[in-house]
Design a binder for this molecule. Sequence first.
Ligand code: LUZ
Ligand code: MOS
Length: 779
Amino acid sequence: MATKFPHESAEKHVSGEAVYIDDILVGERLLTGRVVYSPHAHARITSFDLKAASTLPGVRAVLSYKDIPGHNQMGPVIKDEVCLAESEVICVGQAIFLVAAETSEQCIEAEKLIRVEYEPLDPILTIEKAIDKGSLMGPAARIERGDVDRALASSPHVVRGELRTGAQEHWYLESQICLCVPGEGPEMTVYSGTQHPSETQNLIAELLGVRKNDVVVEVRRMGGAFGGKETQGNHTACWTALLAHATGRPVKIRLFRDDDMKITGKRHRFLSRYEAGYDDEGRIIAVRFELNSDGGCTADLSFAIMERAMLHCDNSYYIPNFSVTGRVWKTNLPSNTAFRGFGGPQGMAAIETVIDRIARELNKDAADVRRMNFYGLAEDNVTHYGETVENNRLPAIYDQLMKSSEYGRRREAVNEFNSSNEFFKRGLAITPVKFGISFTTSFLNQAGALVLVYTDGTILVNHGGTEMGQGLHTKIHQIAAAEFGVSPDRVKVNATNTSKIPNTTATAASAGADLNGMAVKAAVDTLKSRIAEAVAAIFTEKHPEDPSRAEAIVFQNDRITDSGRPDRTIGFAEVMPMLHLRQISLSATGFYRTPGIGWDKRKGHGRPFHYYAFGMAVTEVLLDVLTGRHTMLRTDILHDVGDSLNPGIDIGQVEGGYVQGVGWCTTEEVKWDDRGNLLTHSPDTYKIPSVQDIPKDFRVALLEGVPNPNTIRLSKAVAEPPLMLALSAWLAIKDAISAVANHEIEPEFSLPATNETILLSIEDLKIRLERDLVSQPAV
Ligand code: LUZ
Ligand code: MOS
């Protein structure tokens, strides 16, 4: 299946023909919706007056929580999140009122006429203050193995410290959007930019006080999501549905970019404390982590994200004595949410910091320290939570990548360069990724499909996953064609629709192709066995003396053939009208649940993941010591996707994931003022990677010859894992900074390593270096 197969919408994307929600044609009865949100991080609402706004010409509805027919609630899992604020606002950006008008300008004019009285309250805007105030979102979670206290006490060396990792804005190209079209009676059709159509459907039904079978959510495609529409696509959908319900007219809300950035949650900031014991070689004996995240003002997915951080703070390393405690803190910022990696990056940044520090303390190359701590193939291969690392690709990837990237030679070249250059330094680092594939909430690992065959031999595939540019529909398209043994041009993948597939799981956790691909295969298998039986009967009618058996029927090259008697064959399209005349059902559902997983959250033990995805990256940077500016000179990546379903798409995902991770690690800094206003709410103050930030020499390869057992066509998930390869860029920068002091003292370092952070780190290093020189006793 690994032939070239372009993204199903590639041509439409570049020609502009791809229909995004904002492109859907609606009649002149379409209204524009707008959300009016809190300017305070924390305040009581003492009164409000909507009269003047409501009577403005063109305005069709101005709504408050009082106008909600059902439950004022849009919490995705934990019901702690109101749809519209009642007597209190708990972050800047929290929705309070909704406006629908004939034009967007009228909405904005109406908003100016809304009178609200607030009584400001003291906000919590940092993890530190949340800790001081005991503002916990919920109970702490812990995973433990071995005796960490004793192991730390008896370790020859111990490093201790603290790491801060920053938030990250999703910056999907298409901002949050929804179009709702009211139908007959309580019916509502919802075109939503959501990764989770069923959850959007459920929340809207509860909000409107209607039944779930009256709400249909459809998603053709999103212009990017990255986790930012796993739960928070629901918000805009809920607001739009309320306005459509109130006015009886189609309503569309598309958030302006600045509003989107202010209103929606980000990747969780973490404050991580660590203690790690190791031997003279650099082998880790024990680690204790305390992970603290900024959950924002409601729970959203914060607990699942913390859990994934706790399940990934081992990254690729066997750590015999391990303790990790995770705490989610409640602050007065927009609720932080899923973002590609889902806690994994924060957990991995913590252990990679530990490894890097151990290497620097021992004056070793961090590559060697990483290698010696990798999970083993046959021993030392059980994680701190009890899952065995099967089909471990780490040693193979390491050996291949060290060689293909010429790490050894380049390490010498970097040293050479650094010893002869004062104002420019180079840095080099290799980091691994081991990422667990499955939702850690085990029941979510399920998917459904509905496959239809028409009498012209065309196939329509419905499944529960959503397309956000990642190529899921393309892969599903290929899977359906391959399983049916027909050419791909017979197949079409439908827009995701809750009236076709009910009760779906979010397209998330990198599992979209794994889960939905298997569900589609199950449906195709059902159809094939039904068709095989009927076709065998047709063949047998001509040769009653020598019957064809259904088990011998094969689907290949657009034909259906008796494999024992190749002359008995009929075209796939040719036979369909015959099957229809014979009253054979040509549609089937498919269902899949991931086998063999199970995870006890409370004990912190089990097998949460079906398998692991592995990858490694070597990054080399050039640092301008006087400005703190860095250039990515070269990145080599070797990544494991099993037998790739589509190498073009998979390499694109690896490249994109890496570059998005580089953004998080380097230039993307989310900042708020001391009243909880987002300062970085547009691309002129928030720096996402551009074409300039892609490594000058970027070499991405997929690991060959590694079929992944028990998955759809022996493939592996791709989406999230490559993001964390960017930690190699982050640590290459640290390596370059460290070269300023000839690797004699360790730089202070945090994430993101912005120009400013780098420059301060260098300045600090120079001051400490001078102080050391002065205090050296004369020999
Ligand atoms: N969403 C979720 C996720 O609900 N559970 C997960 O384990 C997960 N992992 C990655 C991304 N989204
Ligand atoms: Mo996600 S972070 O939507 O897999």
